[in-house]
Ligand binder design. Structure first.
Ligand code: SF4
Length: 290
C-alpha cells in the first residue's frame, strides 16, 4: 500500500470550524472487542518534562479520569503530528475512503472488521468481501460460512461474520437499507460499540462532533499526559474536555497513524518523535531504536 494525499490528509491543515456540541452521555457502552484497560505501567500522579528521570511512572497513582493538559498544550502537539504523518501510510479505514472504495455501509463493515486486526489484513479482507457483497441486501443473504471464508484471517472472524450478517439484516429491516447516522442508532446494531460508531460518524458521515478512541489514541493520550484514564471510554470523555472541538475528528487519524509508525505500543520510537520535547512519556519504560 502507498501513502495517500487526499481528503483525509487535507483535513490536517484545515480543521473544521466550531459548532454545537451534540452528545448523549448515556450511550457509553464499550465495544466488546475494542475496550481495553490502560496498563498499570501507564499510571502516575504528576506529569514531568521530557527526559525526566521520573517519567517511568509512579506506583500507587491516584485514579484520575479527567483531562490533565490544557488545550494550549494539546493543539501544538496535534498540529506537529498532523504535519509529520503526511508522508505516512493511512490507516485502513481512511485508505478505503481515499481509494474511493468506501460508502457508509462499507465503512461500517470495515470498521467492524478492524477491531484487533492489523490494517493490511483489514484492508484486504474488506476488498474480498466487497467484491461479493457491498450492500446490506447482498451481505444479509450471504451464508455466514462464506463471509467467514472471505474475511479470514481477521481476528474473531467467526463472530464478526455473524455480526456482519445480523447488522446487514438489521439495517434492511429497521433502517430501510440506509446505514444509521446517529450514535443512538448505530449502537443498536450487533457488534457495534462506541469506537466503531464514532469512526463511522466521522469518516462516513463527516461528523465534527465525535472523537474516536481506540487503543492507540488511549495509549498515546495517556503517554502525552493529556489524560490519565484506565479505559478508552474514559479517554474519550476526557478528550472532549481537553481538545478543541475543531480537532476532534482528526484525533483518531493522527494518533492511530502515529501509534502505528512512531509511538508504538512497545518500544516507542521517542528518539524519532517530533513531539518528544512536549511529551512526559508517562508509563514508557523502554524506548525503541530510531
Ligand atoms: S514516541 Fe515517545 S516522545 Fe513521542 S509521543 Fe510517544 S511516548 Fe511521547
Amino acid at each position: 500500500m502507498t501513502g495517500g494525499s487526499g481528503a483525509a490528509r487535507d483535513a490536517i491543515a484545515s480543521p473544521a470550524g466550531e459548532g454545537p456540541l451534540l452528545r448523549s452521555w448515556s450511550l457509553w457502552a464499550p465495544d466488546p472487542d475494542e475496550s481495553r484497560s490502560m496498563p498499570a505501567t501507564a499510571k502516575r500522579t504528576q506529569p514531568t518534562p521530557a527526559g525526566s528521570a521520573n517519567r517511568r511512572g509512579a506506583a500507587g497513582a491516584t485514579p484520575f479520569h479527567g483531562p490533565r493538559s490544557s488545550t494550549s498544550e494539546v493543539v501544538p502537539v496535534l498540529r506537529a503530528i498532523g504535519r509529520a504523518i503526511r508522508a505516512m501510510e493511512l490507516p485502513a479505514i481512511e485508505k478505503l475512503q481515499e481509494d474511493n472504495a468506501a460508502t457508509p455501509f462499507r465503512t461500517l463493515v470495515s470498521t467492524m472488521l478492524s477491531a484487533q486486526t492489523r490494517d493490511p489484513v483489514t484492508y484486504e479482507a474488506s476488498m474480498r468481501l466487497f467484491a461479493r457483497a457491498d450492500s446490506p441486501a447482498a451481505l444479509a443473504t450471504l451464508p455466514a460460512k462464506t463471509i467467514e471464508r472471505l474475511i479470514y484471517p481477521v481476528s474473531f472472524y467467526r463472530n464478526k461474520a455473524r455480526h456482519l450478517k445480523e447488522t446487514a439484516r438489521d439495517i434492511l429491516d429497521r433502517f430501510g437499507g440506509v446505514t444509521p447516522t446517529t450514535m443512538e442508532e448505530l449502537l443498536t446494531l450487533k457488534g457495534v460499540g462506541r469506537k466503531t460508531a464514532n469512526l463511522v460518524l466521522i469518516v462516513a458521515h463527516e461528523s465534527p462532533d465525535n472523537i474516536c478512541v481506540d487503543t492507540h489514541v488511549h495509549r498515546i493520550a495517556n503517554r502525552l499526559g493529556w489524560v490519565r484514564t484506565r479505559t478508552p471510554e474514559q479517554t474519550e470523555r476526557a478528550l472532549y474536555e481537553v481538545a478543541p472541538r475543531r480537532w476532534w475528528k482528526d484525533v483518531n487519524l493522527y494518533l492511530v497513524t502515529w501509534g502505528q509508525q512512531v509511538c508504538r505500543p512497545v518500544y516507542p520510537r521517542c528518539g524519532a518523535c517530533v513531539v518528544a520535547g512536549a511529551c512526559p512519556r508517562i508509563g514508557v519504560t523502554r524506548e525503541g531504536r530510531v
